[in-house]
Design a protein around this ligand. Structure first.
Ligand code: FES
Length: 164
């Protein structure tokens, strides 16, 4: 069973919806279950002039765990400098939620990947140097998203139009 915290994030997700004029978007899909996630970020600066995630929102088509992990990652990432945010991984997410059933651990990977993609998209748009491991990670995530997109082609395109 899902623990209380997971259920709370599912029933009342934090930062759910689309961000107006986001600086970048992370789009990911899970090839096995077909779940999809869009993560929008706005980048600002802290007092030291470091770039931070100033605002963040998500839209997810997915299971209870996909919604709960999307919700908690927005809490974890908000205010973090970009490099710190990139370190948020499956373990960080599961720890913050208390636990996840083993069959649902892949859902937390989806949320971490969405955040990494949003940061990748931001660095790319701003012509910044992309760290080699982030580039490699992007290639893997992008391929998976393309596979899901191919499978549910018309439907995803339609959803994206509706959400613009
Ligand atoms: Fe697909 Fe949860 S079952 S992400």
């Amino acid at each position: 069973m899902y623990n209380q915290k997971v259920l709370q994030h599912f029933q009342k997700p934090h930062n759910f919806g689309k961000l107006k004029n986001p600086d970048s978007v992370g789009k990911v899909g899970n090839v096995v279950c077909g779940d999809l996630m869009w993560l929008y970020i706005k980048v600002g600066q802290n007092k030291q002039g470091q770039e931070i995630i100033q605002d963040i929102k998500f839209e997810t088509f997915g299971c209870v765990a996909a919604i709960a992990t999307s919700s908690i990652i927005t809490d974890l990432a908000k205010g973090k400098i970009l490099n710190e945010a990139l370190n948020i991984n499956k373990e960080t997410i599961v720890k913050a939620l208390g636990s996840l059933p083993p069959v649902k651990l892949h859902c937390s990977v989806l949320a971490a990947d969405a955040l990494a993609e949003a940061i990748y998209d931001y660095l790319k748009k701003n012509k910044r140097k992309i760290p080699a491991d982030l580039e490699k990670r992007h290639q893997r995530i992008d391929n998976e998203e393309k596979m899901v997109r191919e499978k549910y082609k018309g439907w995803i395109d339609n959803e994206e139009k509706l959400h613009q």
